[in-house]
Design a protein around this ligand. Structure first.
Ligand SMILES: Cc1ncc(COP(=O)(O)O)c(C=O)c1O
Length: 485
């Protein structure tokens, strides 16, 4: 078995024992020698298992005594609250997030020391050398690649590779069903333009990725925000109710895996119900799978598109977060809107340039891609746990968070309705950029939340930045409400 999988599986075995109370704080872990004999593994696997649990805060190494169980501080944190069921849904009237987002982004465009606002990992978590070497080799073989006209229809090898990889998520499509786009954001634009027009209402998760709210605003469409669980994603009951209340919903957009900003993952049963509901109501369903490959599991999660037999699901994805933040390679499986979206893509931006498509195609065809994803997930897992531990240690009591099962972000609820805008401003003064919750809804409901990045390597300097952020929140919390708003 792959040693990465083996040590992680064994780590989970011991983690379950700790969580179940079989091993309690202060208990000594079996020695490395004993672990080797018990599980018939090598010294390096036994050590990796202990170091992995140590990095996550579940074990501590004591000099010359071995590893001991500890209970990390974060397990005492309360998860972010579930949305109140039956609460009235915001009418889809408000348009105007653009200015809010642009103002925040503009404010952040200055030298900063720690960017806790981004939604990608540190650059060296991606295969920079392999991708660079591939690009050089491809340009050597095709010296006129940047000067000759681009072949129409998207690169064939890339479409093949993506169709083959989609099989692992339960999607069976032909390479010609794949339309290459500039990132997932173009895929979403195209999907929305294919099924709706200005003035239409689009049901979205609440909170949701502000980029989607910007796209809707720029297309003149209105977002209808549907309550969404930090654990299981969009509430199907609330969506059903919204469909009965509003007769002008023209599409539903969801992020089923590691939703941005919540980190929720929809159970397969919900995905099936959602597909059936949208099909029955004749409402197109747009699936944004930007983060599926980052879910912590041996097998990739099944896409919503798997259950689509009527062509009613438009699947949008990209490699921007999972393979190459410096490239804009995305794609769309357009269901029954394939011809229309092909036309819209051509009218909007023509075909993507070939170099990035060729680089990515070659990488996806090799096992290096699987290795990269496994490594990325392992690195993000321990960084996420360290970030959560820092929040538990430095943020004031009353802070709530749910640590998602994968990904690069943590959604944090601040105590006493503290304004995320005030935290944003004060943190910026200290060279720390955070993403305030007010960006993730057209309403003000999430103003006391922050989305924080855990994609950076956890260094002592970063630990200090988390401490500073905790202090800022603590100090702002002591001020009277009006001055902290
Ligand atoms: C949920 C979600 N969808 C789409 C995008 C945009 O993706 P891309 O950068 O591939 O265009 C993002 C980026 O943050 C995202 O979080």
């Amino acid at each position: 078995m792959d040693t990465q999988l083996l040590y992680k599986r064994l780590a989970l075995h011991y983690l379950n024992a700790i969580k179940a109370g079989t091993l309690t704080a202060g208990d000594r872990m079996p020695s490395v020698r004993k672990l080797m004999a018990l599980h018939e593994v090598s010294l390096s696997t036994a050590l990796q298992l202990c170091r992995h649990l140590e990095a996550q805060g579940w074990l501590e190494a004591r000099p010359r005594s071995g590893y001991f169980v500890r209970h990390p501080k974060r397990i005492r944190l309360v998860p972010v609250a579930e949305p109140i069921s039956g609460a009235p849904i915001d009418p889809a009237q408000y348009v105007g997030i653009h200015e809010r987002v642009s103002a925040i982004i503009a404010q952040g465009q200055r030298p900063i020391k720690f960017n806790l606002a981004r939604a990608t990992g540190a650059p060296d978590l991606y295969p920079e050398t392999e991708l660079k070497n591939l690009a050089i080799r491809i340009l050597r073989h095709k010296p006129n690649l940047l000067t000759k006209a681009i072949a129409p229809g998207g690169n064939r090898e890339l479409k093949n590779a993506l169709a083959k990889r989609a099989l692992n998520q339960g999607i069976s499509v032909a390479p010609d069903d794949v339309i290459i786009t500039y990132g997932c954001i173009e895929a979403l634009n195209l999907g929305l333009r294919a099924v709706a027009q200005a003035g239409d209402v689009i049901a979205v998760e609440s909170p949701t990725f502000y980029g989607l709210l910007q796209v809707l605003e720029s297309l003149g469409m209105k977002a209808l925000e549907i309550p969404t669980s930090p654990q299981t994603g969009i509430s199907i009951e609330a969506l059903e109710l919204a469909m009965q209340t509003y007769d002008n919903i023209k599409a539903v957009v969801v992020v089923p895996h590691l939703q941005n900003p919540l980190g929720s993952i929809m159970p397969d049963q919900h995905k099936q119900r959602l597909v059936a509901l949208c099909e029955q109501q004749h409402i197109p369903l747009i699936e944004d799978d930007s983060y599926g490959a980052l879910v912590e599991s041996d097998l990739p999660p099944t896409a919503i598109k798997h259950w689509d037999t009527a062509g009613n699901v438009i699947y949008c994805a990209s490699l921007h977060k999972i393979l190459a933040p410096g490239m804009r390679v995305g794609w769309i499986l357009a269901g029954r809107w394939h011809a229309r979206i092909t036309m819209l893509k051509y009218a909007q931006t023509r075909y993507n340039e070939e170099l990035s498509q060729l680089v990515v195609a070659e990488f996806l065809q090799s096992s290096a891609y699987d290795r990269h994803l496994r490594r990325l997930r392992v690195a993000l897992s321990s960084q996420r746990e360290r970030a959560a531990e820092a929040i538990a240690a430095y943020f004031p009591p009353g802070t709530r968070l749910s640590v998602p099962n994968g990904g690069v972000s943590i959604w944090v609820e601040l105590p006493n309705q503290l304004s995320s805008r005030a935290v944003f401003e004060a943190a910026l003064e200290q060279g720390i950029l955070v993403s305030p919750g007010l960006l993730y809804s057209n309403s003000n409901r999430f103003n006391h939340f922050l989305r924080l990045n855990c994609g950076m390597h956890f260094t002592p300097e970063l630990d200090e930045a988390w401490r500073t952020l905790g202090d800022i929140i603590l100090q702002l919390g002591k001020r009277p409400l009006s001055s902290a708003a």
